[in-house]
Design a protein around this ligand. Structure first.
Ligand SMILES: C[S@@+](CC[C@H](N)C(=O)[O-])C[C@H]1O[C@@H](n2cnc3c(N)ncnc32)[C@H](O)[C@@H]1O
Length: 442
């Protein structure tokens, strides 16, 4: 049993029992193992968290169902499969769903070798590609020669079903190659590699990497990792990825399957604009999801929990004094945002209110999908909005508890890799602890 003190040092394995309120300092070099490191994704959690939850609640069991209703790039799903369970991931973001699918799908090795050998040969030979991104300012984002080379790679990836057949095995390989292609795009662009928002810095001029060489390197890494992953997981296990919102009709989406354990990290308030983060990738693969143009992308942004994209007309009639969450401390804070922030208070109060409304809708839905005694592990960070601190984790506990859950433990861990985690200007700044809420269905 660990004592609750400031930081508890943990190396690789999180202990089964953790005292309430403990804060762990997890030392690991191992966050990109297996297929975890295929593609950057903002606010990924470390694989240690789902691994801990699965070991704690499904130890010794096989082929149970693990759900992640905000699965992002699929960290929970990979760990679920590696420990012998069927997995279901839901996310509203189409790129994240494709990343999660690729990272968890068994591949036919001989088909992969055949197709990748062909692709490498063709892209090296070809002088001009046919694919054109639907972006008039593309040369602001990429060197001219890079645009042509990316176009050549994409052109050949598009030809795969026609050349090799339109069946599942070939489609899975085509998806793997699309994600491999997508994983190099930020690095070969002029846009800053690390920032959450996609922008070209004029103070830190970047030299983009050479696309063909990088693609071939990345392709070798993808092949090696996915082949090993496919060997490590039981072939009969299922990975189901559903690209949809987790705020409505969850039971229908899950087709009444009984969920044995849910593990997730939901979005934070006002923290990440996923579409903006993926802007350069979407120039090159957004057409696959119907979000290749800016108006389509802006429309999509509204579907994300925690979004800041609201037109004035949507919140003009809202006031936090009439419409409340009926949680006194939370309502007081939202009212303070409204009153104190003279410039953006009205909008920020609405964004915050809407975040908790959506999270409540989610709890209503997920509570219908879990039987009594099943656990829901949720990792969430606290936030500040208009410089007012929101202990989001405590408010989510209150909301969960009025929708059929009981909190059994809350502990935290120090966030190490700040990659794309927070708004660097301090607005909506995330405190550097992630809280692990262990909820049980009552
Ligand atoms: C913190 S990230 C999850 C990261 C994930 N744990 C990982 O390791 O990659 C939160 C995710 O919630 C998703 N999301 C936002 N609103 C959603 C909604 N209404 N329904 C489902 N997913 C949503 C975002 O697209 C994002 O992928």
């Amino acid at each position: 049993m660990i004592k609750s003190q400031d930081y508890l040092i943990v190396k690789e394995f999180i202990p089964d029992k953790i005292e309430q309120g403990s804060i762990l300092n997890i030392f690991t070099n191992n966050v990109a193992a297996h297929t975890h490191g295929f593609h950057k994704y903002p606010a990924k959690f470390i694989p240690h968290i789902p691994k801990w939850a699965i070991n704690k609640y499904l130890a010794g069991l096989k082929r149970k169902i693990v759900l992640d209703p905000f699965c992002g790039s699929g960290t929970t799903l990979i760990e679920g499969l590696l420990t012998g369970h069927n997995v279901i991931g839901i996310d509203v973001d189409p790129l994240s769903c494709l990343i999660a699918k690729v990272k968890t799908t068994n591949i036919n090795t001989s088909d992969l070798n055949k197709i990748s050998d062909w692709l490498v040969r063709e892209v090296k030979k070809k002088k001009r590609g046919e694919f054109r991104p639907k972006c008039e300012t593309i040369e602001h984002w990429f060197p001219k020669e890079t645009i042509n080379k990316l176009s050549i790679i994409r052109t050949f990836i598009d030809q795969i079903p026609e050349r090799f057949g339109d069946n599942k095995s070939i489609k899975d390989i085509q998806h793997l190659l699309i994600i491999c292609f997508s994983s190099i795009i930020r690095r070969v662009s002029y846009a800053d590699n690390e920032s959450q928002k996609t922008y070209v810095s004029h103070t830190h001029i970047k030299t983009p990497e050479e696309p063909l060489r990088l693609f071939l390197l990345q392709l070798n890494l993808f092949k090696e990792r996915i082949i090993k992953f496919s060997e490590n997981i039981t072939p009969k296990l299922r990975n189901q990825i559903i690209c949809s919102s987790s705020t409505d009709s969850l039971k229908v989406k899950l087709k009444d399957q009984n969920i044995d354990l849910a593990i997730t990290s939901p979005p934070y308030i006002k923290a990440i604009d996923y579409i903006y983060n993926q802007m350069v990738e979407l120039f090159w693969i957004g057409d696959l999801f119907g979000i290749q143009t800016q108006p389509k992308q802006n429309e999509k942004k509204k579907k994300y929990i925690g979004t800041k994209h609201f037109y004035k007309k949507e919140f003009v009639e809202y006031t936090p004094f009439e419409t409340t969450m009926e949680i006194k401390k939370l309502d007081d804070k939202i009212q303070r945002v409204f009153k104190i922030d003279k410039k953006n208070g009205h909008k920020h109060a609405y964004i915050t209110f809407k975040y908790f409304v959506d999270m409540e809708k989610h709890f209503v839905e997920i509570s219908k999908c879990l039987d009594k005694g099943r656990h829901y592990i949720m990792v969430v960070g606290d936030s500040s909005v208009s410089n007012i601190f929101f202990n989001t984790s405590d408010f989510l506990i209150k909301i969960a508890e009025r929708n059929g859950f009981r909190i059994t433990n809350k502990w935290g861990y120090k966030i190490k890799n700040r990659y794309m985690r927070f708004d660097r200007k301090g607005r909506g700044g995330i405190i550097d602890i992630d809280w692990v809420l262990d909820l049980v269905k009552t």
